[in-house]
Every structure is written in C-alpha cells, then in structure tokens.
Write a protein that binds this ligand. Structure first.
Ligand SMILES: Nc1ncnc2c1ncn2[C@@H]1O[C@H](COP(=O)(O)OP(=O)(O)O)[C@@H](O)[C@H]1O
Ligand SMILES: [Mg+2]
Length: 342
C-alpha cells in the first residue's frame, strides 16, 4: 500500500511525534508498504511531478528527535513563515495515498481537526474519527462522560485564565492544561503556597486548566485495540512523577508489562479501559491512563487517541506482551482502520 505517515505538526508533542512517525514508517516499509514520512507543519518539500511518484522516491526521514525540552513553537513558526498550520503539499500527497497513518500527538492531530479536514477531502486515516478525537482531547468533556458512564475519575474543576479568583480542590492536587499532553505544563502541587506558580506555568500553554485531586497510587496504563484490552503496564518513575523528562528520556522510568498487580486489579483496569473506549466513541486503538489506589480502585486520568508509537512507548510494549510484534502492530492499525471505510 502507499501510506503517508504524518507526524510533527505545530504541537508541544512535535518531537515525540516525529520519533513515533519515523519508527512506524520504517516498520510499515519492512512490511512491504511504500511508507513516506511527512511533517504536517513543514509539509512535503522535496520536488515531484505527480503526487503518486513520491511513494517510489528515495526514502527520507531526517526530521530530528526528542530533545530534553519541549519544542519552541514560536521559533518553528518563524522558521517556516506563512500562515496556517498545514504545510506545503500535505493535502495533495495525503490524497494520493491509500491511507494516512497518523503519528501525530497533541493539538493538530490528536484533537480531531486534522481528522475533520481529511473527512472533508475523503482522505482515509488511521485511528479514531473526528468526534471521538476531540472529545478525548478535552479533559473536561472526557471527565463528564466518564462520570456519566460510571467510570471513576478524580474530582476536578476547570480554571480559566481570566477568572476573577481561582478556585482549588484542596491539596495535594494536579494542575494540567485542559487539552494538553505529555505532561507539558502540568504540576503536582503539594502545598497551597505553590498553587499560583503551577497555574502560571499551565496558563503559558492554555487558557483553561484542569485542577484535579491528586490520587496516590500506582500508575497503570491500558491499551485497547479494536475494543479489546491489552495487558496492563505499570509505570514507575525512578524519582518524582511521570513528567516530560521521565516520559521521554531513557532510563528515567521503569515499566513493567504485564504489571505485577493482582489479577483482579488487572481485570478492573481492563474493563474500565474498554468502558472508556466506548464512552468516548474511540475507534481502532487508544491508550487509557489510570492511577490505582490502595484499595485497588482504578481512577481514569485520560484517554490518548494517538498514543506514542515508538517501540519504547507504552502501547507497543503492551502489544508485545500480548504477542504482537511492533511491525505487526503498526500494520494491524492500518488494516483495522481501513475497515472504517468499507
Ligand atoms: N489526579 C492525578 N493524580 C495523580 N497523578 C496525576 C493526576 N493527574 C495527572 N497525574 C500525573 O500526571 C501525568 C500526566 O497527566 P495526564 O492526565 O495523563 O495528562 P497528559 O498525559 O495528557 O499530559 C500522569 O501520567 C500522572 O503521572
Ligand atoms: Mg497521560
């Protein structure tokens, strides 16, 4: 198949997405597909005559890697110049593909807008559709649907940058951007004295923040693929919590899959993950983040509709534990996504 692997974009998770895209494209190529890597923001700028020809052109994936810091989006904007967040020729080359493999993370990709654009152009893409993507991306809306579907989620409120006074939910709490990801702009706040600084940091990224009760417990994630839960993975940062550095710098976090938890707890988590998948209208694959408290209760933090896809990422590790090698996992996403269009 001719596949565009779309990555990058103007998102704080841009670097992570490029890494996901590179390895997914290589996996799809090993599977015999003509996969081409394209940056959503910078576009496809190599010369071509007909868009179909790019699938036979020499493979190029030198788009960078994950730095220690969150990418500087203003610098990227001025580097490219021009208006809009869709790069040159993106729509044209995507329309020439059999399917677009979405390796995007964060805004412009995970939030449903790219999906909506592709829907209007009749361009086929992997994973969840427009509505499910935007619902899952907005932690306020997602939490309302969790509550309605009987899915446990920590008590939280939304705080707007222009509120006259900022409410809180008591301490410790977690302050996080409403539509963010990769823990960017997120703080765990133990004491009231540190609350203002946490809000200030969050507001650098978004005007709306979720302030949530901190749940003490073990961090466990569960991937769901085609409605079925994968084995649970437990995440144990060697120090602190699961922030940007602990997520993406190697050796900072221990991960155990299948998690060393009672069978009963694993079942609770897997059932909750499938419930979330259905409640948020998710499709093909997604990964749900949970904290399991001392009583074995599973508190859902969020659903990731385009989770990290490097072989070191959580969901590919869960797939591997279920006996699905990385290359097969990537191809499975493609074949299952095509069924949406039958
Ligand atoms: N209510 C909470 N209680 C405890 N830890 C939390 C809570 N909310 C977030 N965290 C921590 O912050 C990390 C990021 O939060 P999450 O809601 O998954 O947002 P995202 O991954 O989209 O940035 C989690 O992996 C977890 O370590
Ligand atoms: Mg998360």
């Amino acid at each position: 198949m001719n596949i565009i692997v779309l990555c990058g974009g103007l998102s704080s998770e841009r670097d992570v997405s490029i890494t996901s895209g590179k390895v997914a494209a290589q996996a799809l190529r090993r599977k015999g597909h003509k996969a081409v890597l394209v940056d959503l923001f910078f576009g496809y700028t190599l010369p071509y005559e007909k868009a179909e020809d790019i699938f036979d052109a020499e493979y190029f994936d030198d788009l960078g890697g994950i730095g220690e810091d969150v990418p500087d989006l203003d610098a990227l904007r001025s580097m490219r110049g021009g208006r809009g967040r869709i790069g040159a020729n993106v729509v044209e080359v995507c329309a020439a593909a059999d399917i677009v493999f979405l390796a995007l993370h964060g805004e412009d990709g995970e939030d449903g807008k790219v999906q909506a654009m592709f829907d209007l152009y009749d361009i086929r893409y992997t994973g969840t559709g427009t509505l499910g993507s935007s619902v899952a991306m907005n932690k306020e809306v997602a939490k309302k649907l969790f509550a309605q579907s009987g899915i446990l989620t920590p008590m939280g409120i939304t705080v707007n940058k222009y509120d006259e006074a900022y409410a809180n939910v008591g301490f410790p709490c977690v302050v996080k951007p409403r539509s963010g990801g990769s823990s960017v702009g997120t703080s765990v706040v133990d004491r009231e004295e540190d609350y203002a600084a946490a809000l200030e940091l969050g507001f650098k990224y978004e005007d709306n923040l979720i302030v949530e009760q901190y749940v003490k417990g073990r961090e466990c994630d569960v991937g769901v693929i085609c409605g079925k839960a994968l084995p649970v993975i437990e995440i144990c940062p060697k120090s602190g919590w699961f922030d940007y550095t602990n997520k993406y710098q190697s050796g900072m976090t221990d991960e155990y899959c299948p998690a060393d938890i009672p069978e009963e707890t694993a079942k609770v988590l897997q059932e909750a993950a499938v419930k979330v998948f259905d409640a948020l209208l998710l499709e093909v694959y997604a990964r749900m983040d949970f904290i399991v408290d001392a009583e074995g209760k599973a508190w859902c933090l969020e659903a990731n509709t385009l989770p990290g896809l490097t072989p070191a990422s959580l969901m590919p590790k869960e797939a591997a534990a279920a006996g699905i090698p990385y290359d097969d996992f990537c191809e499975f996403i493609v074949t299952e996504s095509l069924k949406k269009y039958n």
